[in-house]
Write a protein that binds this ligand. Sequence first.
Ligand code: HEC
Length: 81
Amino acid sequence: MGQGAVLAATCTGCHSQAERAELSLNGWTKDALSASLNTYRIDPNGTTVMHRIARGYSEDDIEAVSAYLSSTEGHTDNATE
Ligand code: HEC
């Protein structure tokens, strides 16, 4: 698996790729994902789950996972392929 796929596997526990899932990341573009994740990453006062997660990633990690997730749109299973 590439770096993006490895990182994406950590997201799918909370973000199911099922179409109707509350936290589905289906339909997100690479730019929208990386913008959102970078916002979480650099917000010094953020205390949500995503802030904690995003702080652990480098900009390269965010690029890779955003590219991977946006490329798997429409798939209904997890990130194991
Ligand atoms: C522990 C559970 C958990 C994990 C793991 C997780 N997330 Fe999240 N994510 C959330 C929750 C909960 C929210 C809603 C905002 C908040 O409370 O942080 C969220 C929000 C988001 C949003 C914004 C959604 C919106 O509608 O604005 C994006 C984008 C996102 N997550 C991407 C990711 C990516 C990419 C990963 C893997 C690198 C990931 N998340 C891993 C729980 C998680």
